[in-house]
Design a protein around this ligand. Structure first.
Ligand SMILES: [Zn+2]
Length: 507
């Protein structure tokens, strides 16, 4: 209860600061020397609609002034000719490791959370990350790792990043994915997830397609937990298929029904790769559900290929028919080779890596990015399995370079809204501190991305997925530069945990 009081006071102070922000920018602070000043840049802030040249003054990790005149700072960074945007917030970042985080920082990301697979147990994982990350980090209380605890008594923390761990999970342990849970086990599973929320997880993560044995009754119980605690629930839906039964549309209908029945706040992961050609219908479903009171949101990444563990349930028999593709549409991430039936069978048994899955039509990607319902998230993976998908390094620069500048699919303001404000606000109902992210305003956290709109572009490819983006000039996390003049700042680790104060009794 004490936590709630402190939170209210902090929120009040913040809102007051926001209210007098423009005045503070114009009149206050004369004679002030800020810690850092970004001078002469084009400030684009979707929350206020501001798109104009301003100086941004930063002190004590917060934005202290946004002014039309030149501000004084101990560290003045000339950003004239560049866009100054709120730091990008990625709600779907599996790469919770040093290499991935640095690549994301160089892609303009200042907060990267794994809200899909998540972790279990939660508290030790957060403790382990403290002081080790250039960008803000966090993870959901994960249904997959909790089911692993239930069925195998494994305290695995974050899901595997090494070949050995992948073998353990997908070859030796199978029950977490393929064994149904009894009513007593479902009670225990819900209790494990609730413990994860009490540890401060900012939501619940569910990767339904990877746990085919998790019945609709089990998932409804997990949604009930989300509804009761107000923790948002993030779901990779049950099926990807263009035909019923088991179509992509039905998979979305299941979670929309669960959200409507429980009052849970629902986020559907990567709508384009889960929806494929059914994506327009799914977007209609989501839009209609929102108009009728269901709190649901969604996201997409800007690529025509997916990527996932070849040994997972994703590739259980019938995958080719369901997805409408065949062996040659799969690429073994570690080597870049296209698969055949023989190499598919061989690699699937060894479980040491991911396949790139070329299955998303470009017009589906474009439809998703253009939809005002859809925010941007990378679904970036871990980089220790010998190869990966470029989305972990290039998603955000690709949106700005290819879909804003080259193709004009969306405007710059919309792109920045989809990459910063929308994802920050998605969590803010449960994690009030997220209201200080995703915006450039006095009192907001000084998480800032400065890029060259004429040059910003992804460089990561399916063959070379770890090439950092270009045109991202400066990235500040809590006012500390982690990327400066396009280069990572060695040893800068200002990233803080994103967590909920979930110890309050639920209403
Ligand atoms: Zn997913």
């Amino acid at each position: 209860m004490r936590g709630l009081g402190v939170r209210r006071v902090l929120l009040g102070v913040f809102l007051a600061a926001l209210a007098c922000g423009p005045l503070a920018g114009r009149f206050a602070g004369r004679g002030t020397t800020y810690d850092v000043v970004l001078t002469g840049g084009r400030v684009v802030d979707p929350a206020s609609g501001l798109d104009a040249v301003r100086d941004v003054g930063i002190s004590d990790g917060h934005i202290a002034a946004i002014a039309t005149r030149q501000l004084a700072g101990r560290d003045v960074i000339d950003v004239s000719g560049l866009v100054v945007a709120p730091g990008f917030v990625d709600l779907h970042a599996h790469g919770q490791d040093e290499t991935s985080r640095w690549l994301q920082a160089r892609d303009g990301v200042t907060t990267a959370l794994d809200m899909e697979v998540g972790v279990w147990p939660v508290a030790p994982w957060y403790a382990e990350q403290e002081g080790r990350s250039p960008i803000h980090f966090g993870a959901a209380a994960g249904h997959i790792p909790a089911r692993r605890k239930l069925k195998h008594d494994v305290d695995a923390g974050h899901p595997p990043t090494s070949s050995r761990e992948l073998q353990e999970l997908f070859i030796r342990e199978r029950a977490w994915a393929y064994d149904a849970a009894s009513p007593a086990e479902i009670d225990r599973l819900v209790a494990l997830l609730e413990a994860g929320l009490h540890d401060g997880a900012p939501g619940i993560g569910v990767g339904l397609q990877y746990t085919p044995a998790a019945g609709q009754d089990e998932i409804l119980r997990v949604f009930e937990l989300a509804g009761r605690t107000h923790a948002p629930i993030f779901v990779h839906t049950r099926w990807i298929s263009m035909s019923a039964p088991g179509s992509s549309i039905e998979a979305v209908q299941e979670v929309l029904a669960d959200a409507a029945a429980t009052g849970a706040s629902l986020h559907i992961m990567h709508v384009a790769s889960s929806g494929l050609r059914q994506t327009p219908v799914i977007l209609d479903l989501i839009d209609g559900a929102r108009q009728h009171g269901v709190d649901v949101s969604t996201e997409a990444y800007p690529y025509t290929a997916a990527s996932t563990v070849l040994a997972s349930a994703f590739f259980d028999p019938g995958w080719d028919k369901r997805l409408g593709i065949s062996y040659g549409d799969l690429q073994w991430a570690a080597t870049g080779e296209r698969l055949t039936r023989a190499s598919f069978e061989r690699y699937r048994k060894t479980a040491t890596g991911n396949a790139i899955v070329h299955m998303i039509p470009e017009e589906v990607v474009t439809t998703a990015i253009a939809s005002p319902l859809v925010m941007i998230a990378s679904d970036g993976m871990v980089f220790r399995t010998g190869g990966e998908h470029p989305r972990g390094a290039g998603t955000f620069a690709r949106i700005l370079g290819r879909y804003v500048r080259e193709r004009g699919t969306i405007g710059l303001m919309d792109a920045i809204r989809k990459t910063s404000l929308m994802p920050a606000d998605r969590l803010a109902g449960y994690v009030p501190a997220m209201r200080r992210k995703g915006r450039l305003a006095v009192g907001a956290d000084a998480d800032v991305t400065v890029f060259d709109a004429a040059r910003v572009l992804d460089r990561a490819t399916y063959e070379k997925p770890m090439q950092a983006s270009e045109g991202i000039r400066h990235v500040l996390v809590n006012g500390t530069p982690v990327v400066r003049d396009g280069a990572p700042v060695k040893g800068a680790l200002p990233g803080r945990p994103v967590r909920a104060e979930a110890a309050e009794p639920s209403a």
